[in-house]
Design a protein around this ligand. Structure first.
Ligand SMILES: C[S@@+](CC[C@H](N)C(=O)[O-])C[C@H]1O[C@@H](n2cnc3c(N)ncnc32)[C@H](O)[C@@H]1O
Length: 295
């Protein structure tokens, strides 16, 4: 690095450190969208590595757990070959393609470019291309025909990254896209198990989710008791450029009665909450409530 470039980086680092120092004591929930930058092409490529890394289940669950979930879902959603299934926030299509292999006609929607490209390749490789449609889109802008689906999935807590009003609108939209008697499954964090302690952490890495050159990750967790919302703020300082990324991830939690009411108000009936995945052997089963509802 020549001297001018070196000065530029030093200047950016200096500015970044002051931005960190002057950060808001408590961030305002949703002010920055409240979600990870899933739709950023570079982030989505790095996140895809995490989805496909079978050594952990942080982005998508590991294969044996997915198989156990799929068998449970098949039964609870009363799925049959030939039925039409909507996978909302489908990620790399690991569930969608398996359902297509079992004979369903699956539409997966997700706004991560790398995940959708992978889902399309996977469907092709598994020979179920003709039974899968993958759409790269923000699920809040889905444009679905009425009564198009027999079943719908909203897995791994993704309803929680939307504000209460966006979550309500999304559920209503899914309801109108489903036929009467069709079934929806929504997996959400169990509010009682959510970590409500404020905390801070840091680590360094040279390659990982946040970048492929050395960076310092600073994290903070906040709990907003009135909104029953958890917010994580990640500050990523890229050492080679001095660039600072700030990401705020909101998790809107719901008590079981609130979610039952929300699902009923948006067009679903016979909503059954299943605590801890009905004891399925998932590493974090205890942290979740799975709602199964009828349209
Ligand atoms: C934790 S991953 C789970 C993916 C998949 N359900 C699985 O378990 O393998 C969450 C997914 O939600 C997607 N997502 C989050 N917010 C979204 C939005 N507003 N519109 C579309 N996709 C979204 C992300 O791109 C990501 O692929």
């Amino acid at each position: 690095m020549n001297e001018t470039a070196h000065h530029k980086v030093a200047h950016h680092l200096h500015q970044a450190l002051w931005r960190i120092y002057r950060r808001a004591a408590r961030p305002l929930p949703w002010a920055q969208g409240g979600n990870l930058p899933w739709d950023d092409p570079e982030f989505s490529a790095r996140m895809l590595r995490e989805h496909l890394d079978e050594s952990h289940g942080a982005a998508s669950r590991q294969l044996p757990e997915r198989q156990a979930q799929l068998d449970w879902l098949w039964q609870k959603l009363k799925l049959q070959a030939g039925q039409r299934v909507l996978d909302v926030t489908c990620g790399p299509g690991l569930y969608a393609v398996e359902l297509a292999r079992r004979g369903c006609l699956v539409t997966g929607v997700d706004f991560s470019p790398a995940a959708i490209a992978y889902a399309q390749e996977l469907a092709q490789a598994q020979g179920v291309n003709g039974r899968c449609t993958f759409v790269q889109q923000d699920v809040r802008q889905m444009n679905l025909a009425e009564q198009e689906f027999d079943a719908a999935l909203l897995l791994y807590g993704q309803l929680a990254v939307f504000s209460r009003s966006d979550a309500r609108a999304l559920l209503a939209q899914i309801a109108q896209a489903m036929r009467r008697g069709g079934r929806l499954v929504v997996e959400l964090l169990n509010q009682d198990k959510v970590d409500k302690k404020e905390s801070r952490w840091w680590y360094t890495d040279e390659t990982g989710l946040w970048g492929d050159a050395p960076y310092l990750h600073l994290g903070e967790r906040f709990w907003y008791a009135e909104e029953r919302l958890s917010l994580e703020r990640f500050l990523i300082l890229h050492l080679e450029t001095g660039q600072l990324d700030e990401i705020q991830l909101c998790d809107q939690t719901y008590a079981v009665p609130e979610m039952l009411a929300l699902m009923q108000e948006t067009g679903f009936s016979q909503v059954t909450p299943h605590l801890a995945w009905d004891t399925l052997p998932l590493y974090d089963a205890d942290e979740w409530v799975v709602y199964v509802a009828e349209r």
